[in-house]
Design a protein around this ligand. Structure first.
Ligand SMILES: *Cc1c(COP(=O)(O)O)cnc(C)c1O
Length: 372
């Protein structure tokens, strides 16, 4: 096995850059004796809401829980259909199933990899209760036509913003456009903590209140549980660290955009490789930098890059509708299936050294001209 010298993502430079601030923040929590919810979590919720431009933010245990709790807070449950994209992490669909609803998968736009609004429209039935777009890789789904359809048909819109903290659609922060937004602070996300964490963002006071009740065993008042909820609170240590990192998110997203621009230039016009497209409505934050490798050469390229010590990933090799738990027929969502066969995510982080990036580019150019 060859050693990976250039990992797809390395969290350590981010920690090093903020070492003293993180240390002070964590020290403060240890001294406070308040480890679950409490003042740090409340402060983070306030600051995150202000950053996103929403009235309420509710810290929870993970991005998956943020989706589950937001769906329930929006009143989605058994018998309901939720239209979503199959080209996403499994948790998006899993959350829909977890609340007893049925995910209805529709195809994606091949340029942005995000849910196609025209496909959403065709899938609406009398049982449709919500649309769940994902802002994949850090880029906005095309929200305006989705919000219009939702208004016309009385549907809720929940945004999966797990990969796009700080990303924008027509100048507005993602997660602030629909009825609610679900965020993840899993360590590799573009706003990552040091463990699991998540957030529900909303402008609706009733949705925010329902989410607060659900995250605490369904109790508004301790030991007076009203509904079946969850143990899903954000830890104070995560909140304290995230408050520090939130102050740098714009700077770091800008760095990601600069790394992406450098890749775009170096990899432009390469035969059989398609660089990511930034839609005119989007400010892409490049949680992932993902290319398409055409003509069936993706897996060979990936293998050779691994041998050269360069880490890459395929997000996602099997679209969710084709996984055994859902098992939709092959060929039913051709754009998602084509994307799954072609995508390759390259090393990306705010601190990717330019010489490492140059090496990635050099290997891709060499290898692509040598793979037949
Ligand atoms: C990471 C991710 C999730 C789940 O977040 P966790 O914090 O890992 O539970 C949901 N949706 C998408 C698109 C993700 O990338």
């Amino acid at each position: 096995m060859s050693q990976i010298r250039i990992p797809i993502y390395d969290p350590r430079p981010e920690v090093e850059a903020l070492w003293d601030e993180l240390h002070d923040a964590i020290d403060g929590v240890l001294r406070s004796g308040r480890f679950i919810l409490g003042p740090e979590v409340e402060a983070f919720e306030r600051e995150a809401a202000e950053y996103l431009g929403v009235r309420y933010a509710v810290g929870v245990n993970s991005g998956t829980d943020a989706l589950v709790i937001a769906l329930r807070a929006l009143g989605i449950g058994p018998g309901d259909q939720v239209i979503t994209t199959p080209f996403t992490f499994f948790a998006t669909a899993e959350a829909i199933s977890a609340v007893g609803a049925t995910p209805v998968f529709v195809d994606i736009d091949p340029d942005t990899f995000n849910i196609s609004p025209a496909a959403v429209e065709k899938a609406i039935t009398p049982r449709t209760k919500a649309v769940l777009p994902v802002h994949l890789y850090g880029q906005a789904a095309d929200m305006e036509p989705i919000l219009e359809l939702a208004r016309a048909h009385g549907l809720k819109v929940l945004e999966d913003v797990a990969q796009a903290f700080g990303g924008e659609y027509k100048g507005r922060k993602l997660g602030a456009l629909g009825d609610a937004g679900a965020f993840s602070f899993f360590p590799t996300k573009n706003l990552g903590g040091f463990g699991d964490g998540g957030l529900v963002a909303t402008d609706d006071p009733e949705v925010a209140e329902a989410a607060r009740v659900l995250r605490a065993h369904g109790a508004r008042k301790k030991y007076h549980n009203e509904v079946l909820g969850y143990n899903s609170r954000l830890d104070a240590l995560q909140a304290a660290a995230l408050r520090v990192k939130l102050r740098y998110i714009d700077e770091w997203n800008a760095r990601r955009r600069a790394v992406a621009a450098r890749y775009n230039e170096a990899l432009a016009d390469l035969d059989g490789l398609v660089t990511p497209v930034e839609a005119d409505y989007a400010r892409h934050v490049y949680h992932q930098y993902t290319v398409r490798v055409k003509r069936g050469r993706r897996d060979a390229l990936r293998r050779r890059l691994t041998e050269a010590g360069i880490g890459t990933m395929v997000y996602y090799p099997v679209p969710v509708h084709r996984l055994p738990v859902y098992a939709w027929p092959e060929g039913s969502l051709p754009q998602a299936e084509a994307a799954a066969a072609e995508v390759l995510s390259l090393p990306m982080s705010p601190f990717l050294p330019p010489d490492a990036q140059d090496e990635v580019v050099r290997h891709i150019k060499d290898l692509l001209s040598n793979i037949t």
